[in-house]
Design a protein. Structure first.
Length: 226
């Protein structure tokens, strides 16, 4: 049986995977859905301001330590592709599979800021205007997005990742491309790059960006390798 660590993207908590978790557990697997530092309901302003990409990688590593996980499947959605790459690079062989679910796949020295689209960079700046350190969730029509979304630590979006290359030794690395928002996705070029790389397996899902909510059964089936 596998141990899944599900890491949500910007503005979201572990609840983002609430429809996927029971499907994995029903298949007999162990599942941990993380809420990253600065996104937890009781985090104060100082905690949000101090949280960066290293903090979030440490959140994952701390879970591996506490739960004594020696062979984890890390699943990162969107921004969390940065997080699982950083964590895997420092996990000392405790990660056996990486799944970047419509997520950034960074190279050393890149950041979410440098890897994303100009529209998202504008969203980050506009969202951080009130505090300078916390990015408010962007409005998304038609319903404005999930009301549980929280301001996201700006430092985690701008910090450059430091990779030694150990993450590239993870035996199984996969990228999931959600094709249902091709007019806005920042991942089209990334998909082409990884599709040409024999060390990566690329999957396509005909959903919008939040595939966990739109098609939880399809996401679960992909994670279960059905």
């Amino acid at each position: 049986m596998a141990t899944f660590v599900l890491v949500p993207g910007a503005w979201h908590g572990g609840w983002a995977f609430e429809s996927v978790v029971p499907l994995l557990e029903r298949a007999g697997h162990t599942v941990h859905a993380l809420t990253l530092t600065g996104l937890r309901p009781n985090d104060d302003a100082a905690t949000v301001a101090a949280a960066n990409l290293d903090t979030h990688a440490d959140d994952v590593l701390g879970l591996l330590d506490r739960a004594r996980i020696s062979s984890a499947t890390l699943v990162g959605h969107s921004y969390a592709g940065m997080v699982i790459a950083a964590a895997a690079d420092r996990a000392e062989g405790r990660v056996s599979r990486l799944v970047h679910l419509d997520a950034y796949v960074p190279r050393d020295g890149e950041s979410c800021w440098s890897s994303t689209s100009e529209q998202y960079r504008q969203d980050f700046v506009a969202g951080a205007a009130a505090t300078g350190y916390a990015v408010e969730p962007p409005f998304r029509a038609p319903n404005g997005g999930d009301p549980r979304r929280r301001p996201h630590p700006f430092a985690s979006l701008s910090q450059k990742i430091r990779l030694t290359g150990a993450h590239a030794e993870v035996p199984r690395r996969e990228f999931v491309y959600c094709s249902g928002w091709e007019d806005r996705t920042p991942f089209a070029e990334l998909r082409a790059r990884l599709d040409a790389d024999p060390e990566w397996q690329v999957h396509d899902l005909p959903t919008g960006h939040n595939a966990m909510r739109e098609a939880p059964e399809a996401v679960a089936a992909l994670l279960l390798d059905v």
